[in-house]
Ligand binder design. Structure first.
Ligand code: MSP
Length: 533
């Protein structure tokens, strides 16, 4: 097994999503985090960094076992089917560029998990005891009596998330000495104030850990769908303890020390706010017990809500992402949720709001700008981009605005995970370019006999602004950015879009005069037309 000294490297930008339960098909809520991680990692790739993006599926536990039983198949058959038919195809459809996909039933995971827990057992971090208390199979979580809601009868208590009765467990099982880690965790949070984000999430964790932590039951003995404990095979590991380790098993822990040194510790664990404690309390404590470094950041996002409740399949409120992409397209889908909901807060999806943003921001502000500029270069210069021979203050204002927009987007998207803010910065720039065209009125300049230099300069400026916009929007909307890149004829001189770097995106004048500009496809067709197709 890899030793602690091996894990000093900070080389790669390693981002993870939660691994999803495959008891059901994915809905908008699942896709939300995965798209966010995709945009973040594409952004860092475009900075030229060594990036690794991991997602996958969580396949053990009672929830999946019961679903499989209800469907008359084995849990493995059920998982294989859902992973291949629902989860992987959706990520492909949404253009998720993950570098690996871990399934917790793979031997590369289960073997390492057994080694990890055996190590903790050998170190005296795990002991035998008995658990009596409530459990929610929907959450796969031991609950505290104080957090439950009253049910229909005196004895019935409901899970606050699922609003369904919890089960009462009385089991012999094994415990991890989580209680011993409270002070060490608090010390760690104090020394690493950015570890948990946003601040509301950090405060919630601090309040929780400041109370006495209880030891954690880490095994179950009443069913067998899980990773067997190596020293007592009457028990399987509690699904969460197995699941959290995916972040290291997929990174080469215990199997590929070189890769593990490159990837671990993870740069960002993206999680939904409901699974924050697992990632910000239990996982760090397990890593401390194993002597491994802790991830650098745990960033919690809010929930997509329907009627004031968390969207979920079990409440029959889960909307399939393809219901929206078939109408709005994949790029608009990727755009909408990150633009409309500040990352970290809850938000609701509304068909009207999506339609309004699609029409005004994507189709009118951005799509129209791209097609108007290409059309004018075609009409007035036969599609050969003219040189800006008359670059003056108005043009310099556009160039300066680009420098500011690129820096702001880089800080907000790349560092702060403020996707809405970063996207807004790029779209403010798009608006400014529209304003520039409105002021310069190239269609009028074209009519004046001595306006040739001015016309050339205005169209060059707008095309160069679009060149930068394509680069800045590539992580968010890769298909539209690629269409724009092609329409600007940028590739022969500048190379592939994916090779463009954020550091040089605002260097004015990169797109060479003479580039072959073509009209290309409409980036965001009118929705009525789309619906009629
Ligand atoms: N399998 C665990 C995670 C293990 S990670 C080591 C799990 N799976 S889940 O499928 O139930 O949820 C996965 C993620 O989806 C969580 O981060 C959860 O917050 C997120 N979402 C599920 N419904 C959601 C919304 N309605 N809105 C936003 N995210 C939500 O928990």
């Amino acid at each position: 097994m890899a030793a602690l000294e091996d894990h000093t490297s900070t080389d790669a930008y390693y981002v993870t999503t939660p691994i999803y339960y495959v008891n059901d098909r994915p809905h908008l809520g699942h896709a939300y985090t995965t798209v966010a991680g995709d945009v973040l990692t594409r952004w860092h790739r475009q900075r030229g960094e060594d990036v690794w993006y991991l997602t996958g599926t969580d396949e053990h536990g009672q929830k999946i076992l019961r679903t499989a039983e209800a469907n008359g198949v084995t849990p493995q058959q059920w998982c294989d089917k859902l992973v291949e038919e629902a989860w992987k195809p959706l990520w492909e459809h949404l253009r998720i560029a993950n570098d690996d996909f871990i399934r917790t039933t793979q031997a590369r995971h289960t073997d390492r998990v057994q080694e990890f827990v055996q190590d903790l057992y050998d170190k005296g971090e795990i002991y035998q005891g008995s658990y009596t208390g409530p459990y929610c199979v929907g959450c796969e979580e031991y609950k505290l009596p104080g957090e439950l809601l009253p049910g229909a009868t005196e004895d019935e208590k409901l899970c606050p998330v699922h609003k369904r009765p919890v089960e009462w467990l009385e089991e012999e099982n094994y415990f991890f000495r989580l209680s011993a880690y409270g002070p060490k965790l608090l010390e760690f949070y104090a020394a690493n104030p950015d570890f948990i984000q946003p601040a509301s999430a950090r405060n919630e964790v601090l309040r929780f850990v400041e109370q006495d932590l209880k030891d954690l039951s880490i095994s179950r003995s009443t069913f067998d769908w899980g990773v067997p404990l190596p020293w007592d095979d009457k028990h399987v590991l509690y699904v969460w303890v197995d699941a959290l380790q995916n972040y290291i098993t997929a990174a080469g822990y215990g199997s590929d020390p070189e890769r593990f040194a490159r990837l671990w510790p993870a740069s960002v664990h993206l999680v939904g706010k409901d699974i924050l404690r697992f990632h910000a309390v239990i996982w760090p404590a397990m890593l401390m017990a194993a002597g491994l470094p802790l991830p650098r950041r745990v960033v919690a996002n809010g929930w997509l809500m329907v009627g004031g409740e968390k969207m979920s399949k079990s409440n029959l409120t889960g909307i399939a992402p393809t219901d929206l992409t078939s109408h709005f397209g994949v790029d608009a889908y990727r755009y909408y949720f990150l633009r409309a909901i500040p990352f970290g807060t809850d938000g609701s999806f509304s068909w009207e709001d999506f339609t309004a943003r699609y029409t005004s921001e994507l189709a009118n502000d951005f799509g129209n700008l791209a097609s108007r500029v290409a059309a004018m270069v075609g009409k007035y210069f036969d599609g050969a981009l003219p040189a800006a021979t008359d670059h003056g203050p108005a043009e310099q204002a556009v160039a300066d605005a680009l420098v500011r927009a690129a820096a702001e987007a880089d800080r907000k998207i790349g560092e702060e995970l403020d996707f809405a803010g970063g996207i807004a910065a790029v779209f403010e720039f798009v608006k400014l370019v529209n304003g520039y065209l409105t002021e310069q009125e190239p269609w009028k300049v074209a009519k004046s006999p001595d306006g040739r230099d001015r016309l050339a300069t205005v169209l060059y400026t707008a095309a160069e602004a679009l060149r930068a916009t394509a680069v800045l929007l590539n992580p968010l909307m890769p298909d539209s950015a690629a269409k724009l890149w092609a329409s600007l004829g940028a590739e022969p001189a500048l190379g592939a879009l994916a090779e463009q770097r954020i550091a040089t995106v605002a260097d004015w004048g990169r797109l060479p005069a003479g580039a072959t500009v073509t009209k290309g496809e409409i980036l965001f067709p009118r929705l009525e037309e789309k619906a009629a197709v």
